[in-house]
Write a protein that binds this ligand. Structure first.
Ligand SMILES: [Zn+2]
Length: 96
């Protein structure tokens, strides 16, 4: 089942997820790969492999974490995506 496959993929990055933080993840067959909405809402497109969906969820988690800094610094969309991608790569690679 797709949900458990996604959770299995997410479980490969246990240091990435803060278990004290709750996220609401909505699965949809439509639209862009991923979206986020403050404070903790994530929407992902499920027309992809479970591991790709999981990685998109993690990308959106980083967006939610960095959004207040993004707004404070008044970053452009591309500056924001660069900052999110850097933090995402650091977290994906960097086991503590
Ligand atoms: Zn993004």
């Amino acid at each position: 089942m797709l949900q458990s496959q996604i959770l299995e993929s997410l479980a490969k990055y246990p240091w990435f997820i803060d278990l004290n933080q709750e996220y609401i993840v909505e699965l949809t067959p439509y639209g862009v790969y991923g979206r986020y909405r403050l404070p903790n809402h994530i929407t992902v497109n499920i027309q992809r492999k479970p591991n790709e969906i999981a990685l998109t969820i993690l990308h959106e988690v980083v967006h939610l974490r960095l959004e207040s800094e993004v707004q404070k610094k008044k970053l452009t969309h591309s500056q924001k995506e660069r900052m999110v991608e850097e933090e995402y790569c650091r977290l994906i690679i960097g086991k503590p």
